[in-house]
Design a protein around this ligand. Structure first.
Ligand code: ZN
Length: 468
């Protein structure tokens, strides 16, 4: 039997780009979402217009509250679950060396790995992150714990072990030899990719090839990963890494990549052009299932190449503020045609909740200098935290909004569970114009939402279960 969820529904319908999101914003103040037993959306609309065929369906009454699509986190580090407190780390490369490599090395202990997988998954359920691209641990037993815990909770995940074949002393425990690195990735793909359904087109559990970044691997690793990706691309395997995050002149990441690889651009190292002078040395790792975190300082050519290959960016403004990485230019980046999704980047980001990262996105982009300053529309924010993430994960056909036929991935929100939000929604200034008032209400909801108000996280119509 179907189930009807009642409440104020907000979603971005259809398949717009970010600039058109506002025309695709759907607001149903007394809405009904009908979910089939199979977990797909059968009907959505005003409750008053509910077809009589659903008269016998059970009803979950969330009136007074909201229903929105599940949040998609396009970049989050599972081994950094306890690392959002990294004081004294400095900027990116220092922070990795001082704080992160030692923290990630702790997952060598299987009991610790189980605990951190449990806590990571608990945070995802609480924050309503129904789908995520998860930057994994170097240790296969930790990845096993992550995949198992995520599957049992009923959430979606794409993840891969963090590959490192070179690095400083502090990363010693995370580094493997060249052949071992490739063997471990092959093993992870064979044991976990699409294991839940046996088909990447329907799977909730999927695997990515994840070198930490160009500085953590060698030309030989990049060559071998390109060869491997050529083999497994058609099976729906993903690629995920970092790109152009820190541009400090002294000791910065981008300068270091160019110094080590002697390429014209950072992106070339992932694009098969990792030999000096950007000569081709292997296959590209770009494509429609490739997501690059940050891309704060990309050139126009890099953005054009990302867009042309269907690659996506995971934008992580909370993290970029913490590490002093700068601000991704919003209008120039989205204007290039590349899909820009949102990432918490825990642990450089210290917020698990995608709407909190959207809140930061609003602030940093209105603070961009001169004509670059942009006041993001609430529909653009909602789009970026939901549908853009589904698109970046190449699963837009399956989730990201509440269109009929998609999987029912959604959140139930009860403002009464978080007084500052309830107070804001009740006391806000109303606009005479209906559309303006709708936009303001969504803005208030996204800016004021915190975890306690998320009272239900659903994937394929089933409530996600927080691990004990
Ligand atoms: Zn990251």
């Amino acid at each position: 039997m179907s189930t009807i969820y009642r409440g104020h529904i907000f979603h971005v319908s259809g398949s717009p780009n970010v600039v058109d999101a506002r025309e695709h914003l759907v607001s149903l103040p007394d809405g009904a979402l009908v979910v089939s037993d199979a977990g797909t959306i059968e009907w959505i609309g005003a409750a008053a217009e509910l077809p009589s065929t659903f008269a016998g369906a059970s009803v979950v009454d969330n009136r007074g509250g909201y229903i929105v699509p599940g949040f998609v986190d396009a970049h989050v580090h599972f081994p950094q679950t306890y690392s959002t407190d990294s004081y004294g780390g400095g900027q990116l490369l220092e922070w990795l060396d001082n704080c992160i490599f030692p923290a990630e090395s702790r997952l060598a202990d299987p009991e610790f790995a189980e605990r951190i997988a449990r806590d990571f998954t608990r945070r995802r359920v609480a924050a309503g992150t129904t789908a995520a691209m998860v930057f994994g641990s170097a240790f296969p037993h930790a990845q096993d714990a992550l995949f198992r815990t995520t599957r049992d909770a009923g959430l979606r995940v794409v993840s891969g072990r963090g590959i490192q074949t070179v690095g400083p002393e502090s990363a010693g425990a995370l580094i493997t030899g060249e052949a071992e690195a490739i063997a471990l990735v092959r093993d992870e793909i064979s044991r976990w990719h699409a294991v839940d359904t046996g088909d990447a087109a329907t799977a909730r559990i999927q695997v990515a090839i994840v070198p930490r970044f160009s500085l953590s691997v060698t030309r030989e690793t990049l060559r071998a990963l390109g060869e491997l990706y050529d083999e497994v691309r058609s099976a729906g395997v993903y690629f995920h890494s970092h790109l152009s995050e820190n541009d400090s002149a002294v000791g910065g990441e981008i300068a270091a990549v160019k110094a080590v690889y002697e390429t014209g651009s950072y992106l070339d190292t992932y694009d098969g052009k990792f030999l000096p002078g950007s000569q081709v040395g292997g296959s590209t790792l770009l494509g429609r299932r490739s997501i690059f975190a940050h891309a704060v300082h990309c050139t126009d050519d890099e953005l054009a190449r990302l867009a042309a290959t269907g690659s996506s960016i995971a934008h992580c403004p909370t993290s970029q503020q913490f590490l002093g990485s700068g601000t991704m230019p919003w209008t120039r980046t989205t204007g290039s045609g590349v899909t820009v999704a949102l990432g918490t980047d825990v642990g450089a980001g210290d917020e698990w909740l995608i709407s909190r990262v959207l809140n930061d996105a609003f602030k940093v982009h209105i603070s961009e200098p001169g004509e670059a300053s942009v006041s993001l529309h609430p529909a653009e924010l909602l789009f970026t935290g939901t549908l853009a993430g589904a698109r970046a994960l190449d699963m837009e056909e399956r989730f990201g909004n509440l269109d009929v036929g998609k999987d029912a991935d959604f959140l139930l929100i009860d403002p009464a569970r978080w007084e500052p939000l309830a107070m804001l929604l009740e006391g806000r200034v109303r606009a005479d114009d209906d559309q303006v008032d709708t936009d303001r209400e969504l803005f208030a909801l996204l800016m004021g939402l915190r975890e306690p108000a998320i009272v239900g996280t659903f994937v394929q119509g089933r409530r996600a279960v927080s691990p004990e």
